[in-house]
Design a protein around this ligand. Structure first.
Ligand SMILES: [Zn+2]
Length: 166
């Protein structure tokens, strides 16, 4: 978890009797409700709960992954997944190498989001959950592609280290 805002005192009743616990949260996307139990700081005096910021980010990413797995390519799902990744429309357009308008058109329901885009969004979400940047790096490499300058020496290839399957 990146940031954990641990309140020293309850912002509601000002009690200092605040400690780690859990709280329930739900997210609704395209009419589907997702529920989770998340780490939170809970006031033992008034029961006010503040869910840890990192947990909310994680919850949104897990919901995004569920949407991709369910094949939900509705405008609401596409918008939710983009936001769960923390991208602006411009950020995502740059990564996907499309015009920024194409993102807003998808999210407004004027352009159908295709399978390849959904798969890429799914890979970005899976990477983020795994703490990797593989898909993002590959997309950026495509954007910054240069003409090859000469032979690429890959060294002595170990037998079995590369698997080719038909
Ligand atoms: Zn309180």
């Amino acid at each position: 978890m990146e940031t954990k805002n641990v309140p020293v005192r309850c912002f509601k009743c000002k009690s200092m009797n605040v400690g780690p616990s859990v709280d329930h949260d739900e997210i609704t996307v395209n009419g589907r409700v997702f529920r989770a139990t998340l780490a939170a700081q809970v006031c033992r005096n008034c029961d006010e709960a503040t869910i840890d910021a990192g947990e909310l980010v994680q919850f949104a990413l897990v919901v995004a992954q569920e949407l991709v797995h369910a094949g939900d390519h509705s405008p609401a799902a596409v918008k939710f997944i983009r936001k769960a990744l923390g991208y602006t429309g411009k950020d995502l357009a740059e990564l996907l190498d499309v015009a920024p308008e194409s993102i807003s058109r998808r999210e407004a329901g004027r352009l159908q989001t295709d399978a390849a885009t959904m798969a890429t969004l799914g890979a970005l979400v899976a990477d983020r959950l795994a703490g990797k940047t593989t898909t993002r790096d590959a997309l950026l490499a495509f954007r910054h592609v240069k003409a090859p300058e000469g032979p690429v020496d890959l060294g002595r290839l170990e037998a079995g280290s590369y698997a080719f399957t038909a």
